[in-house]
Design a protein around this ligand. Structure first.
Ligand SMILES: NC(=O)c1ccc[n+]([C@@H]2O[C@H](COP(=O)([O-])OP(=O)(O)OC[C@H]3O[C@@H](n4cnc5c(N)ncnc54)[C@H](O)[C@@H]3O)[C@@H](O)[C@H]2O)c1
Length: 323
């Protein structure tokens, strides 16, 4: 979203690593992230491929912990990557949004978007952080939304930045939804099936492609509203697949078929079972994982699946859940 009509349109000049082409007389980082779950994983994985990253969080305790070498969440492989990239001076942490925005060409938003009691989404964190970024902006920035938001939130973020940016500088808004799974976050980020980039103009596209180039994943460039919708469509498609495989498991149970075999065969319909892309592709079964749950805790509708899983695999009763 190019927002200051007639203003010059400087684009960050990508280099071998972004930091390399940013530094003039001062050291400047590539990008700022918020250091919650998604922000920390994203920032760390960008640092791991050579970008320079500042992670910003208003939670001073969290930032202090990270600055002291601790880590606020457990995610396989993350702690090692944080340590490695902090030691390599590619990753650091601050509570100052101004510092993050001032030293970054690309600013990622990864703040919470919790549901409200009426079912709508609480966008107050997004609104708040958009104001903070706007107040800190003194030159062109790409502002990327990684939070999961309702369609057309990008437009609201752009309006907010325009309203609160006293310097009246140019900027672009990008929607870049995140598909990582908790428990597999580093792996998913480092080997994405695809990267979705929603833009209003061509201007930030080269910079975003440069940023994600090291991951060698297909990049889908679309408009902002479509990118925002893709995240929700992907979530509901996953729910659909879960319902489907559970329905199939009931038939397996009734007919003596083996749900594990059926699910595995469905995974082969894309021709590359076991790969990261197949795991989350449109073919059904690999997008599910079994978790062990005592059958007494399962809703009645899950019981057949549970029994079937036990029969076919000989393991603890389980159910299929979204991965
Ligand atoms: N957790 C997941 O697996 C996952 C996966 C995909 C997408 N998402 C989406 O990503 C977004 C972030 O989720 P999360 O799980 O990382 O949330 P989180 O609560 O773990 O982290 C958000 C962080 O933002 C900080 N914050 C809030 N407002 C701030 C401000 N104005 N300035 C500085 N810091 C601020 C908070 O202190 C917190 O540490 C949500 O929209 C979520 O739906 C999450």
């Amino acid at each position: 979203m190019s927002n200051q009509a007639g203003a010059p349109s400087p684009r960050p000049e990508p280099g071998p690593t972004w930091a390399g082409c940013l530094g003039k007389n001062e050291r400047r980082e590539d990008r700022a992230h918020w250091t919650g779950y998604v922000g920390l994983v994203t920032g760390t994985c960008f640092a791991e491929v050579g970008h320079e990253v500042i992670c910003v969080d208003c939670d001073a305790d969290k930032v202090k912990l990270l600055q002291q070498g601790g880590i606020p969440i457990y995610e396989p492989g993350l702690e090692e990557l944080v340590r490695k990239n902090v030691a390599a001076s590619r990753l650091r942490f601050t509570t100052s949004t101004r510092e993050g925005v001032d030293h970054s060409q690309v600013v990622f938003i990864a703040v919470p978007t919790p549901p409200l009691p009426d079912g709508s989404v609480d966008l107050s964190f997004i609104e708040g952080v958009a104001r903070d970024i706007a107040r800190a902006m003194t030159t062109y920035r790409i502002v990327v939304d990684k939070s999961t938001v309702p369609v057309r939130t990008g437009e609201k973020v752009a309006e907010t930045i325009k309203r609160y940016c006293k310097a009246k500088v140019d900027f672009d808004i990008v929607s870049n939804p995140e598909f990582l799974r908790e428990g597999f976050a580093v792996e998913d980020f480092m080997k994405p099936d695809r990267v979705v980039i929603g833009v209003q103009s061509e201007r930030p596209v080269a910079a975003m492609k440069e940023l994600y180039a090291p991951y060698r994943a297909p990049i889908v460039v679309t408009d902002i509203n479509s990118a925002e919708l893709i995240k929700h469509a992907a979530n509901s498609f996953l729910a659909l697949k879960i319902s489907y495989i559970n329905a199939v498991s009931v038939i397996c149970e009734a007919s003596g078929a083996n749900i594990q075999e059926v699910a595995n065969a469905l995974a082969w319909t894309n021709g590359s079972a076991g790969s990261s892309s197949t795991r989350r592709s449109a073919s059904a079964a690999v997008a599910f994982r079994r978790t062990s749950v005592p059958s007494s805790e399962l809703p009645r509708s899950w019981a057949a699946t549970s029994l079937c899983s036990k029969k076919s695999s000989g393991s603890t009763p389980g159910r299929w859940t979204a991965s």
